[in-house]
Design a protein around this ligand. Structure first.
Ligand code: CO
Length: 373
């Protein structure tokens, strides 16, 4: 749990993630190697007026009484102003601001590169890694962006209110597929049971497991511990790792001799002394630290090596560019399905990472190395 001093730093790192800054993305990428974070990412969605903010409020308060740490992301994909409406809602939460166990952030994603799904996913994952037990994502907008929450959250709660009438039918199209549970909020309003029945009827038309339906009164509050129990016990959704934009890992340069190349790179202030051999590629490699990226000098150990053949044909020079991907097998799957020529199954490199290559004939003339840390 971050202390008060760390909150400012956390806010700064989230801004960097929202702006897709490469250092922040790299930090996220590195942190994701440690899979010990056990927090849950909960998506709270539903039509305007369902009382989602009050529900998130009530959840946060209840979780704090159980000593659980909570991060709240209020996401407004359609925000025309600077998220003012969300911040207004959140004023109620201001008594929590002195509590380091709760972190609140508004995200007006319009204008952010990467869109709602990628940015929110990165930020939510970052908060989870930072040790929050619960990351509550409240979406304010409606439509396609809201559906994207299903690709981000471990559990999606769809919040409805009594007296929606035909609206339950309208919701069926989009939200039904993403609901892991339904919450009928404002359950003290007339027609709450009818709304529950309507949801049940709708679910009975479908196949497969039926999501639970819970009744809450967020403002009372009532039904909140039961809701938390469900959020804890439902199985997590499976989805892709965050689609961070990973930076270039390194640039591979074919040289006849590492020792001969060392002089030139020394003039640039780059140290070529750390070397290793990569037996499957029949090469000796010097990795040069170059900012956040690296330069990989490749010397052939055998006339049969791809580097020897490359130099024979083209001479010394730029050989390949290596890109980090979050999931190499999945990248290969997608590329192969699209007809691209992937050179081999993932191999394990000297640094323990996995790698493969995409042939230049299916990559615009560039030999791309794909790397999974
Ligand atoms: Co390489």
């Amino acid at each position: 749990m971050p202390d008060l001093g760390a909150v400012r730093e956390l806010a700064r790192s989230i801004t960097a993630l929202e702006n897709n800054q490469s250092e922040a993305l790299l930090a996220l990428h590195e942190a994701m190697r440690d899979t010990s974070a056990k927090g849950r990412v909960i998506g709270i969605t539903g039509p305007p007026g369902a009382g989602k903010s009050s529900l998130v409020d009530a959840l946060a308060r209840q979780l704090r009484t159980c000593e659980k740490t909570v991060a709240i992301l209020a996401v407004d994909p359609s925000s025309r102003s600077t998220g003012g409406a969300i911040l207004g809602d959140r004023i109620r939460m201001r008594d929590h601001y002195a509590d380091p166990g709760i972190f609140i952030r508004s995200m007006a994603t319009r204008g952010h590169s990467g869109g709602l799904a990628a940015t929110t996913h990165n930020v939510a994952e970052w908060l989870r890694i930072k040790g929050f037990d619960y990351v509550l994502i409240e979406t304010v907008g409606v439509g396609q962006d809201e559906i994207a929450i299903a690709g981000v959250a471990d559990i999606v709660a769809v919040v409805l209110v009594p007296g929606m009438g035909d609206d339950v039918q309208a919701i069926k199209a989009g939200l039904m597929e993403i609901a892991d549970l339904y919450v009928v909020n404002k359950a003290d309003y007339e027609g709450a049971d009818r709304t529950v029945n309507e949801i049940e009827a709708m679910l009975n038309l479908g196949h497969g497991p039926k999501p639970p339906i819970l009744k809450t009164i967020a403002t009372a509050p009532s039904g909140i511990p039961e809701l938390i129990q469900q959020l804890d016990s439902l199985p997590r959704r499976q989805h892709d790792a965050p689609t961070a934009r990973f930076p270039i890992d390194h640039i591979g340069i074919a040289v006849r001799s590492l020792d001969a190349a060392a002089c030139f790179y020394a003039l640039l202030g780059l140290d070529t002394s750390a070397r290793e051999t990569v037996p499957p590629e029949k090469v000796r490699v010097a990795m040069l630290a170059a900012g956040e990226s690296r330069i990989e000098l490749l010397e052939a150990l055998d006339p049969d090596s791809p580097i020897a053949k490359f130099i024979e044909k083209r001479g010394e020079g730029l050989h390949h560019v290596a890109l980090r991907v979050p999931d190499l097998n999945r990248a290969i799957e997608k590329l192969t399905a699209a007809g691209a020529r992937v050179l081999h199954e993932p191999r394990r490199g000297a640094g323990g990472h996995l790698y493969t290559f995409v042939h230049p004939s299916s990559a615009g003339g560039v030999l791309w190395e794909l790397i999974q840390a």
